[in-house]
Design a protein. Sequence first.
Length: 348
Amino acid sequence: MTAGKNGITYADAGVDIDAGNALVDRIKPAAKRTNRSGVMSGLGGFGALFDLKDAGYRDPILVGATDGVGTKLRIAIDTGLVDGVGIDLVAMCVNDLICQGAEPLFFLDYFATGKLDTETAARIIEGIAEGCVQSDCALIGGETAEMPGMYPDGDFDLAGFSVGAMERGAHLPADVQQGDVLLGLASNGVHSNGYSLVRKLVEISGLGWDAASPFGDGSLGEALLTPTRLYVKPALQAIRTGGVHALAHITGGGLTENLPRVLPEGLGAQIDLNSWDLPPVFGWMAETGGIAESEMLKTFNCGIGMIVVCGAEQADDLSALLAQAGETVSRIGTVTDTAGVAYSGKLL
């Protein structure tokens, strides 16, 4: 080996291993909050272990889901309001898992940035942990990638992966039939889809992210960054009560595209647009962009974040159960013998 050589280091290339280690130390308490039955090992290893038997399963089927937050991240980056996007990340995965009838068990995240800012990264991952706590889902691992030259200063990207389980034979959708009732669970805003259009509408409006929200409290940026609602615990209660035939998470594609995904071939749905109150954010967006009702319905959740498809005889009891669990429930329609989604009433 040549002595006295002052060689270049990884830090000189833009990757700070010490900052990464500091981040792991910072987020360990947040990850510990998410512990649940089944967790065998968590952060720090080359992989994470989970014991399905300890979690109470006898003959389990595993279900996986992965997603991101989309261009909602752009607003978070530009405003510095990053605390809620971790909840969004979890919600986009676990809300999908329950549509298969699965209980979310554990979650892993991927955080990538050009230069690691420990404080910002910790706030994001603490948000992920909060989403996991609200879903009784353990944060058991992840990856923080510092990649200089790949992202502009201050930018980052997020991806998430969750695994759930159900007992064999308990999968959804199942037994959906004509006459089933559609129970709509209210959203708490735009959630995490359609933000390329949202950002275009804000540009058209001429408002800045720090302007007063024209449709709610706080700034426009704060209002549009309201985290996606997590439906896991109430939905699992409903499934375990009985009578739930399907669940549809209303994400990209809106009501028009997502509900048919859980309906058998040849069946469709009739939805009464007057059966729930449209949140003001959607009225503001439609007015700002002159957006047609049909375009709103196939782009945004329009106030319904999850649809529970259930037997008519169980609809009242399930509505009461979901309301007691904290959901705003509307009886929005029925399953019909005509394919596609038909609407009555007026949204806007």
